[in-house]
Structure formats: C-alpha cells, structure tokens
Write a protein that binds this ligand. Structure first.
Ligand SMILES: O=P(O)(O)OC[C@H]1O[C@H](OP(=O)(O)OP(=O)(O)O)[C@H](O)[C@@H]1O
Ligand code: HPA
Ligand SMILES: [Mg+2]
Length: 180
C-alpha cells in the first residue's frame, strides 16, 4: 500500500506486466505502420512513461511529437479539455497515432481525434495503455489497448493524483474498503 496526500492506493498492475503488454503493442504497431512513416502524438503529461516504453520497442521509422492537454481536477473530469501545449506539426495527409495513458470518459480523445481529422490527417488511431469502458461517455474507438480496467481511480506509470504518483513504476488503484 502507498499513501499519496489523503488517499491510499494498492498495487494493481506490476511493471513486468506493463512492459510485456507494451512490447506486444509495439509489435502490432510495427506490423500495421510499416512503410507509412506514422506521426505519433504523445499526450502529456500522463503518457510520458507509456510512450517511452513503447518507443523503446518500436522499430518502424516514425516521427514523434507531443501535445499537453489537461481536463482532470483531482479525481474527476472538469468536462473541459484545455490545450496547454499545442501541436507544431502539420497532420495533413499523415497517418497519426495518438499515444495516451488512459481513456476514461473519452472527452480528451473525442476532442483530439476530431481536431486531427478536421486538419486533414489520412488516418487517426488511438494507442492507450488503460481504458475504463464503464466510464466512457463519448464515441471513441480505441485501436491499440493495453488493459481494460474497472471504473476505479488509478495512479502510477505516468498517471497522477493531484500531480503526485506519476513516478511509480506500476499502476496502483485507489483503496476502498472491501473492494481491494
Ligand atoms: O477520458 P478522459 O475523461 O478525458 O480522461 C483521460 C485524460 O485525463 C488525464 O489527463 P489529465 O487532465 O489528468 O492531465 P495529465 O495527463 O497532465 O495528468 C489522462 O492523462 C488523459 O489525458
Ligand atoms: O483514473 C485516473 N487516474 C489518473 N488520472 C486519470 N485521468 C483520467 N482517469 C484517471
Ligand atoms: Mg492528471
């Protein structure tokens, strides 16, 4: 168990499980994007460790860039996605893969995919480490998924609780008596 501020979290996905699944995703991406020079767009801050692990195992020639989007306040979505750092590259006629840590309500991905398609990308796919199907409120199609998880708040491996816990090597879930 670990404590961050006023909350307790318990281990849920170990670093070795994460790495094993990320290697599988990299192999799938290598196969699907061979010869396409994809543009990977990493969504900061949360996706930084997932992206680092993914790219270490990816061998297809590609370009990598970053945006920084923010919508969460403490443990809930504010309902608004703020673009803190925008995209510098043109996505016109590019095969784009968004690299995200988690699709929760889907609001962040719904907005970003609509924006990229509107800017003329040839294709836009989502690669996310985690997804909470029971929390989804938007029409979001995930092409590359690490783990489907329950609708419970998680931290670690890039994900934060009030900006803390991003450096944890595994994913931890909020401790609720009787649910651990
Ligand atoms: O599906 P949604 O409900 O939109 O939630 C998912 C988004 O929320 C988190 O970002 P956050 O706003 O916490 O910013 P951060 O990555 O800097 O922590 C997470 O990293 C995703 O980008
Ligand atoms: O469960 C979560 N944990 C941390 N950040 C998040 N952003 C969306 N869902 C989550
Ligand atoms: Mg966050």
């Amino acid at each position: 168990m670990i404590t961050i501020k006023d909350k307790t979290f318990v281990p849920f996905l170990e670093p070795v499980e994460l790495e094993k699944r990320i290697v599988e995703l990299a192999r799938e991406l290598d196969k699907d994007y061979e010869g396409k020079n994809p543009l990977f767009i990493v969504v900061l801050k949360g996706a930084f460790l997932f992206a680092a692990e993914l790219f270490k195992h990816l061998s297809t020639p590609c370009e990598i860039t970053f945006v920084r989007l923010s919508s969460y306040e403490s443990m809930g979505s504010s309902g608004r996605v703020k673009q803190i750092i925008g995209l510098e590259e043109s996505v016109q006629d590019r095969h784009v893969v968004i690299v995200e840590d988690i699709v929760d309500t889907g609001l962040t991905m719904a907005q970003l995919t609509a924006q990229l398609s509107g800017q003329g990308a040839s294709s836009v796919e989502i690669a996310t480490l985690l997804h909470k199907p029971d929390a989804l409120r938007e029409d979001v199609r995930i092409r590359y998924l690490g783990f489907k998880i329950e609708n419970r708040f998680v931290v670690g491996f890039g994900l934060d609780y009030e900006e803390h816990g991003r450096n944890l090597a595994g994913i931890h879930v909020l401790y609720e008596k009787g649910a651990e």
